[in-house]
Design a binder for this molecule. Structure first.
Ligand code: HEM
Length: 236
């Protein structure tokens, strides 16, 4: 197969969307973990804060690069009707609208964080910090997007990636909360209960959701695509 044929192949885009999605999720998880470590002042002489800071920034940039490729290849892949607007406007797509919509929300939140980081000197530290908290909110939404949209959700390696990402974030948030004596018990309890409830919710939902038969139709894959799949033995 010529290079041109390979690069225009829908299957190549499909593989690229899936692999960059998985890498983007891992990097986003790392960004959140490093961010929590940073604000927790969990750094020491052995691991000074500037290293966490610089890693946090570099990994964020890398996550955005992978996310860019993830979105462009999803749009170029002709199998599913996904346009550029679907990446920006939540629930606009006719393909798995809810689950792709979560991806668009996560992406919009990240864009807001990026823009305010660039304008940090102009908008002031308080406003920048307020928007920066969005990055934490976009993480569980991105996890739901990956589970609801991804082809690889049933693969052991993808489940392992999802599990490691969820355990890392829940673990580091719990560590952060246990090190904060200044917060009230109610705030500490809810900050620990929320991520734990998210993890338990996933464990309860997955077997009857994306891991169960017929998820493609229930997730909102257009009936014509499912029919094509059945009659033409499409290899996806
Ligand atoms: C923070 C934002 C996002 C993250 C972290 C993310 C991550 C992921 C992950 C982990 C998967 C599952 C991959 C697999 O199962 O192999 C996935 C699937 C997918 N994502 Fe995203 N995504 C994001 C935003 C978006 C946006 C804005 C779009 C819109 C174009 C998009 C389009 C897709 C598509 C079409 C799939 C399904 C690919 C397949 O056929 O398996 N994602 N994403």
């Amino acid at each position: 197969m010529s290079l041109a044929a390979i690069s225009s192949s829908s299957t190549t885009y499909w593989y690229l969307t899936r692999s960059t999605g998985a890498v983007a999720l891992i990097l986003l998880t790392l960004v959140v973990v490093l961010g929590v470590i940073d604000v927790s002042r969990l750094s020491s002489d052995f691991w000074p804060r500037f290293i966490t800071d610089s890693l946090h920034r570099r990994v964020s940039l890398l996550a955005v690069v992978f996310l860019g490729v993830h979105i462009v290849t999803a749009v170029l892949d002709t199998y599913a009707p996904i346009g550029l607007w679907d990446a920006l406007i939540p629930f606009h797509s006719s393909y798995r609208s809810l689950w792709l919509g979560f991806g668009a929300i996560a992406f919009d939140m990240l864009l807001a964080v990026m823009v305010t980081s660039i304008l940090r000197a102009r908008i002031g530290r308080r406003a920048w910090r307020a928007v920066h908290w969005l990055a934490y909110g976009c993480w569980p939404i991105a996890v739901l997007h990956g589970l609801g949209t991804g082809t690889d959700v049933k693969q052991v390696w993808m489940l392992a990636i999802d599990a490691v990402c969820v355990i890392s974030v829940v673990g580091v948030v719990m560590l952060r909360m246990s090190s904060l004596s200044t917060l009230s018990r109610a705030v500490r309890f809810s900050a620990i209960a929320l991520p734990l409830a998210f993890a338990v919710g996933l464990i309860v939902w997955l077997p009857g959701g994306p891991l169960a038969a017929g998820w493609a139709a229930r997730a909102g894959t257009p009936a014509s695509l499912i029919a094509n799949h059945a009659t033409q033995a499409v290899t996806r």
